[in-house]
Design a protein around this ligand. Structure first.
Ligand SMILES: Cc1cc2nc3c(=O)[nH]c(=O)nc-3n(C[C@H](O)[C@H](O)[C@H](O)COP(=O)(O)O)c2cc1C
Length: 175
């Protein structure tokens, strides 16, 4: 049994990336694994201050929910990162979270990682977000095993009935 951690960066509950996260989770659970979804908007996560205190002490000066999330990332076998595309890139919530990886950036890798990326554009318009996230997680030492593209979706729930639903479920099953 593998432990799967799904970090969902959209502010919209039951939005397109949230729905795909649940599809992925359904697949993993059917395959007998254990999965947890964390909605980053439900957490208190401040901006990195670039004080570098963590380089000396190993921990962040900000006392918020990030430490718990870092513990969970380190405890997971499989990581799923889900974001809506905002102005061609990952959204700010996700970038803020990734910047806070700094205290443990050398010890966070080793996962099989999947990306869930949604937006109203086609795959070409979403590809920059896929490339940057792939490079970031691979530079941390993860292996990006798959990207689920929730393309052409804007309003909440539009992703239902698209091929991304099946792809998210199958990716979850296949871990
Ligand atoms: C601030 C903002 C910027 C956006 N920029 C883009 C964009 O550059 N490309 C795109 O395809 N969709 C863009 N969108 C649309 C969202 O990515 C799309 O609605 C997505 O399905 C939202 O995912 P969610 O339902 O999981 O929140 C933007 C939405 C917002 C709120």
């Amino acid at each position: 049994m593998k432990k799967v951690l799904i970090l969902s960066a959209s502010p919209r509950k039951n939005g397109n990336s949230d729905i795909l996260c649940h599809q992925f989770m359904k697949g993993t659970e059917e395959a007998g694994h254990e999965a947890e979804i964390i909605s980053l908007y439900g957490k208190k996560i401040g901006f990195c201050r670039a004080c570098y205190a963590c380089f000396r002490t190993g921990s962040c000066v900000l006392k918020d929910d990030m430490e718990e999330i870092l513990d969970k990332i380190q405890g997971a076998d499989v990581l799923v990162i889900a974001t809506p595309v905002y102005f061609l890139s990952m959204n700010g919530m996700l970038k803020t979270t990734i910047d806070r990886f700094l205290p443990r950036w050398q010890d966070l890798g080793g996962h099989d990682t999947y990306l869930i990326i949604t937006g109203h554009d086609g795959k070409e318009g979403l590809s920059l977000a896929g490339e940057e996230l792939t490079r970031i997680f691979e530079s941390l030492g993860d292996r990006v095993r798959g990207v689920i593209w929730g393309e052409g979706v804007w309003q909440k729930g539009e992703v239902k009935g698209t091929k991304a639903m099946e792809e998210a479920f199958r990716a979850g099953q296949s871990i």
